[in-house]
Ligand binder design. Sequence first.
Ligand code: AMP
Length: 498
Amino acid sequence: MTNIVGIDLGTTFSAISRVEEAGKPKIVPNKDGKNITPSVVEFLDDGSVLVGDEAKKSIGYNDENIVQEVKRSMGEDVTYERFGTTHTPITISSMILKKLKQDFEAVYGEITSVVVTVPANFSNDAREATKKAAELAGLKLEHTINEPTAAALAYALQSESNLNGKYAIYDLGGGTFDCTIATIKDKNIDVETSEGVNKLGGKDFDEKITEIVSSKYKEATGQDLDPKEFTPNDAEDIKISLSSKDSAKARVAGQVLDVTREEFEAATSTLITKAEMSVEAALRNVGIDASGIEDVILVGGSTRMPMVVESLKKMFGKEPKLFGNPDESVALGASIYAAHNTNSEDLNPLQRQQMQNFSLTEAAPFYFGTIYYNTDEGKTRVRNIINKDEKIPCEFTENFVTRHDNQTAVDCSVTQAGADLDDPDMVQIIWDGTLDLEGGYPAGQPIQITYGYKEDGTMTCRFKDVTSGAEKNIDLTIGSDGGKPLEDEFDPDAFQVD
Ligand code: AMP
C-alpha cells in the first residue's frame, strides 16, 4: 500500500494526513484517537520519553522535564539539558515526528513519501533544521511546503465553488502567524506574498489569560498566584471557553474567578493589531487594498477566537471563510502536495485523477543579497540578488569587480532580510566564506554572483571568478551553518559593485 503523507509540525500541535485510495486527503488520528497531537515532549527519570497528550498533561507539574514550543527556536543555537542529555530543537522535533510516524505506521504500515510543512517566514536555517529532524525520525523527506500554501491547496482542491481572484490566507496557530495572498484560479495557485510574525500565536493569548487571572487572584487574596495552581493548560482551557462564551470561571486554590471575553479582548488587542499590521503589509506587497481580496480563508486553531473574525470583518468588510477544521487544513494540503510530487506510477488511477490539473507557484520569502563595497558611498552595502516575492523557481546574476590590484581572495556572504535593506547591520548573514583568486591581476577583475531559488524552498549561490573560472558554490540546504555573525577577518573591501 502506498502511504502518501503530509505532516503539519506545529508549535503547539502537530497533525498527519494521508491521501486515501479514493484520492482524498484525510487526517489520521493518533493512537489516542485524536486528530491533533500536542508538540510536547516529557522526559521521565526512568529514561522514558512521553510525547503528545500524556506529556501535555504534565505541564505545570513537571515543567523542568518538559520541552515544548521548540518550533519557535528551529534553526537557532538552543539546547535543553534533561537528565544529563543535551537536546536541541531538531532532536525534540524528531521525537514528535517519530511519534506521528509510529502511530501512523501501526495502522497503515510504512510511510512511502512525506511532506512536512513550515511557516512561510521560516529562515533557511529553520527549514534545514526541519529537514534534519525528519531525517532523524526516519522519514525520507523530499519536500517541505509553506503552511499557508498547503492550506490554500487544501482549500482550492476541496472547494465546491469555482475560485477566481486573490485570496488571503490568515493562519494563526499555536505559535506563529502568517498572512499569505495567493491568486487562485480553479486549481491553479500562485502565491504572491507572505508576511508574518514568527512568535505570535495561541500561546501568547494563553499568557494574557494567566496575567488576568494572576492579577484577579492577587486582588482577591493579596497573594501571588502559585503557577502550579493555575497551569498554562488551565489558561488555554479558559481561552477556548471564551471563544464560545462571554465569561469563564477560573478555579484557583479555592477561589472562583470570573474572566470575561471583554477583559480578554482588551488584554490581547495588541496581539491582534500585530497580526493586522502583517495583513496590511501583505496587501501593500501585492499593491492592492482589502477590497481586492475575494475571500479570507481562516487557518489555525486560534482563528476560532471571535476577535479574529471581528478584526477581519472590519478590515475586509466581509465574513472570513472557515473551511473544514482550521487546525487540520495545513496537514491535508501537505499530503496533497506529497501526492503531487509522487511518481505517478505509484498512485492509483483515482489518486492520479485528483492530483492532476493543479499547479502551484511559490514566492521567495525573503530578500537574499550579498555584502559589497559601494565606491560611491565609500562603505559596505547590501546588494539584493533575489527579491522577496520573486516567483520560484528563479535565478539571478549580479556583477561585481575586485577592489585591489593583485587581490588573492574575496570574502563572500549571503544575506537575508524581510525588507529591502542595504545596511549590512540590519540584515542576517546566513552564510559567509572565501573565494580564492589566482592573484597577479589589476583591480577590476570581474566577480559574478548567481543565486537560484528552487521549488523545494532551497537556494544555491555561486560566487565566480570570471577570469579563471574558479567558483565557490553553496547549497544552502546542505550543511548550512548559517546565521552566524561576521567573522573578525571579514574583509569588507574585498569587492565592489561593477
Ligand atoms: P494549531 O497549531 O492550528 O492546531 O492551533 C493551536 C492553537 O489553537 C492553540 O494555541 C489552541 O489553544 C488554539 N485553539 C484551538 N481551539 C481554540 C478555540 N476554540 N479558541 C481559541 N483558541 C483555540
